[in-house]
Design a protein around this ligand. Structure first.
Ligand SMILES: [Zn+2]
Length: 78
């Protein structure tokens, strides 16, 4: 299972993976799209937890931050 907070690091292009490795990996893992895998990030300072829906994020916001303010949300699904 993924941790709820992921460390940031620079994105680099992959120059070492071969086509064969890529094809092999596709039988082990599912390739998905932003539409199929919704991600909502709580962008309140130092939080950055991930949620699968805006509703879940808002439940977290109320519980952990004591607020129902709906700014500071990072998503590509809206
Ligand atoms: Zn939060």
């Amino acid at each position: 299972m993924l941790p709820s907070v992921l460390p940031a690091r620079p994105a680099l292009s992959d120059t070492t993976t071969t086509r064969k490795q890529l094809e092999t990996s596709q039988s082990l893992a599912k390739v998905t799209t932003p539409q199929e895998t919704a991600i909502f990030l709580c962008a309140v300072q130092d939080c950055h937890k991930l949620f699968p829906s805006r509703d879940r994020l808002m439940q977290h916001r109320k519980k952990e931050h004591g607020s129902d303010e709906d700014s500071n949300i990072i998503t590509w699904n809206e």
